[in-house]
Design a binder for this molecule. Structure first.
Ligand SMILES: [Mg+2]
Length: 125
């Protein structure tokens, strides 16, 4: 069983992501702002975090940075969710240390493949 945290301040977006990824071997948690996301990363040790960049209290970049500075640091893989489409934004997301990237509107089939690949460990080989 793998744990996936969906952190997005938009309820419809969380529901869409959850419906897209629903699978018997996955357990889902949700957070609706950055502080809540960070708290769940610390207490629930998710395997994968879908992290909206634009969120109240802490944005996605701040949550990722704080998660990596936890003691012990979060071992989760992080996928950034963003409406940004510019190449400079993609670079900023890569530089920040995200493991993956999905731009809104989310392509469900692409996201499913990306998540499957990450949780099977193929990206860590
Ligand atoms: Mg948002």
């Amino acid at each position: 069983m793998k744990t996936v945290l969906i952190a997005d301040d938009n309820l419809a977006s969380r529901e869409l992501l959850r419906d897209a990824l629903e699978a018997p071997e996955l357990r889902f948690l949700e957070a609706s702002n950055g502080q809540e996301a960070l708290k769940k990363i610390q207490t629930e040790s998710p395997d994968l975090v879908l992290l909206d960049i634009q969120m109240p209290s802490l944005d996605g970049f701040e949550v990722l940075r704080a998660a990596r500075e936890l003691n012990p640091p979060s071992g989760a893989q992080f996928i950034a969710l963003t409406a940004f489409a510019m190449e400079s934004d993609r670079q900023r997301i890569r530089m920040a240390g995200f493991d993956g990237y999905a731009s809104k509107p989310i392509s469900v089939s692409d996201l499913r493949m990306q998540v499957k690949r990450m949780l099977s460990g193929e990206d860590n080989a």
